[in-house]
Design a protein around this ligand. Structure first.
Ligand SMILES: Cc1cc2nc3c(=O)[nH]c(=O)nc-3n(C[C@H](O)[C@H](O)[C@H](O)COP(=O)(O)OP(=O)(O)OC[C@H]3O[C@@H](n4cnc5c(N)ncnc54)[C@H](O)[C@@H]3O)c2cc1C
Length: 493
């Protein structure tokens, strides 16, 4: 039997949220410990070396944007922000429809109409299709957190249909946005989550996309570990928490799977909801706020990496136009992204989102299909020889924002004194993402500082909105929603 180890703060989980929280507390003069079950830090943003080629591979391709103020605050604190590689300034997204590339670009127009010129250039959309997007734009401009909850019971397709958005527009852009931003098909995602994401996108100057120029986890995990350990705090990997300890009203520490007891005044869980639910003492299990933990459901991903014998594109990143039977959503060529890879043959990464569809497919069938979809967009992939392939099966990429998701996202502070929650799925007002994880980690650190009687601001606000967008937001807030949307939202509330 070990004697209990004494800490002020125990942080469960060594992903972005947990490491951000630890970094946010480094100069608090508190005794910290970080506990991570896996042998690698980084969680769902970890990376490793492919065993055959020796090349860095992420768990799956990830992007960042220049709106990720909280994630970049972490990288700046760690001195690693320059390891992100950015797309050319004006380009937001390239969408391939067959071999035709449709570039979504920033234009001279201000938000919320900055993408109108690109949409106008898409031959699959007529003027009536574009005009039908006016109603959701008006609703999204005026939306606040109360409205997000009003729309949360509704799915995205029902909301758009109530607003008269034409099928071509829904198929072309809304289905695509629901899959690529919320990772959930339009007919299954919360209209509250969808309209909030649309609000962020149209009220700010179009977002610039960046990629890790090194292994994804190498952007933050080794530097965070070094910062925490060199300040004298342990970061334990390969160490699972087995139970959070406490009385009816208070968290007092953690029991590890190896039997050690860590006593602490603050326990910060950054675990996904089901992992957290498994650690709660029995007396907390019946509480309404914890009962909701088992409601959340995971979006599975399969990420595919293909090593070719030659360069097949000069692009860094592109996506496929949405088609329900497609597997892959987004593609990346790391030969055009990784530092020092000039002249190397293509290393293509791709994401299959909502991947329960391929759970019983063999790796070789997934590789074959991915190659075919790649070649539909880039004919050079037809003749290039595939030298190696890796298939990463990821049961949890994000929590699915199903209708009801926003209402169930918990806040940092819980009814249990000393138990704080963080993680991409908690109530950050952001889609589950690295930015949400970092914001939640700073938020948990802020809460610890405040509980220690030394409040400190760490969470970064989103970038400012454009001037025209602000004027239109005020007008949109003054106008009631169209009656059909009000009716369907009230029915599903
Ligand atoms: C393939 C893929 C693609 C993605 N694409 C993007 C993208 O393009 N852009 C973007 O912003 N986001 C993307 N995401 C989402 C992003 O990776 C996550 O939102 C983010 O990494 C979540 O961080 P977190 O710290 O909240 O949770 P996690 O990373 O899940 O951290 C929780 C940690 O807790 C640990 N843990 C669990 N149980 C225990 C226990 N009992 N004891 C100790 N430790 C435990 C886990 O091992 C894990 O390391 C993607 C995710 C995947 C998988």
């Amino acid at each position: 039997m070990h004697a209990p180890l004494e800490f002020d703060v125990v942080i469960l989980g060594g992903g972005i949220a947990g490491l951000t929280c630890a970094v946010g507390l480094l100069d608090a003069g508190l005794r910290l410990a970080v506990v991570e079950r896996d042998d690698l830090l980084g969680g769902r943003a970890r990376s490793w070396t492919d065993p055959i080629t020796g090349d860095p591979v992420h768990i799956g391709p990830h992007i960042v944007t220049d709106c990720y103020a909280n994630f970049f605050r972490l990288l700046e604190r760690l001195g690693t922000a320059d390891r992100v590689v950015w797309e050319p300034e004006s380009l937001l997204y390239t969408m391939f429809d067959g071999e035709r590339a449709i570039d979504l670009r920033r234009s001279w127009l201000p938000p919320p109409v900055q993408l109108l010129a690109s949409l106008r250039a898409d031959p699959s959309l007529g003027l009536l299709d574009l005009a039908s997007n006016g109603a959701p734009a008006r609703v999204a401009l005026g939306i606040d957190e109360q409205d997000v909850l009003r729309l949360d019971g509704l799915d995205g397709r029902a909301a758009l249909t109530a607003l008269g958005v034409r099928p071509a527009m829904q198929r072309r852009y809304w289905q695509f946005a629901a899959m690529s931003i919320l990772n959930t098909p339009l007919g299954r995602c919360s209209a509250g989550s969808l309209f909030r994401a649309f609000h962020h996108a149209i009220t700010r100057d179009a977002v610039r996309v960046g990629f890790p120029g090194v292994g994804l986890g190498d952007l933050f995990a080794p530097a965070a570990r070094a910062a925490v350990e060199s300040a004298g705090h342990p970061v334990w990997t390969n160490t699972a928490a087995a139970e959070i300890l406490g009385t009816d009203a208070r968290a007092t520490g953690v029991r590890l799977a190896d039997g050690r007891i860590l006593r602490a005044r603050h326990v910060v869980s950054t675990l996904p909801p089901r992992d957290l639910a498994a650690l709660l003492p029995e007396s907390w299990q019946g509480r309404a706020e914890f009962a909701a933990l088992r409601w959340f459901s995971a979006v599975a991903y399969v990420s595919v990496y293909l090593w070719f014998d030659r360069r097949i594109t000069a692009r860094q990143f592109w996506a496929r136009a949405y088609a329900p039977d497609d597997l892959n959503c987004d593609f990346y060529d790391y030969a055009n992204i990784y530092f020092g890879w000039t002249g190397r043959p293509s290393l293509i990464g791709s994401n299959i989102i909502d991947a329960d569809r391929v759970a019983d497919w063999s790796d070789s069938a997934i590789v074959e299909r991915t190659r075919r979809e790649l070649a539909e967009n880039l004919p050079a992939a037809r003749t290039a020889r595939l030298r190696h392939a890796a298939v990463h099966r990821i049961p949890l990429a994000v929590q699915a924002p199903l209708p009801g998701f926003e209402a169930r996202r918990p806040s940092t502070l819980t009814a249990i004194d000393g138990l704080l929650l963080a993680g991409d799925w908690t109530r950050t007002g952001l889609p589950s993402s690295m930015e949400s994880a970092a914001a939640s980690g700073w938020g948990a650190a802020e809460a610890v500082w405040a509980r220690e009687g030394r409040p400190r601001a760490l969470v970064q606000p989103l970038p400012p909105r454009g001037r025209l967008a602000r004027v239109l937001m005020t007008a949109a807030r003054a106008a009631p929603w169209p009656p059909r949307l009000r009716r369907v939202a009230a029915r599903r509330a």
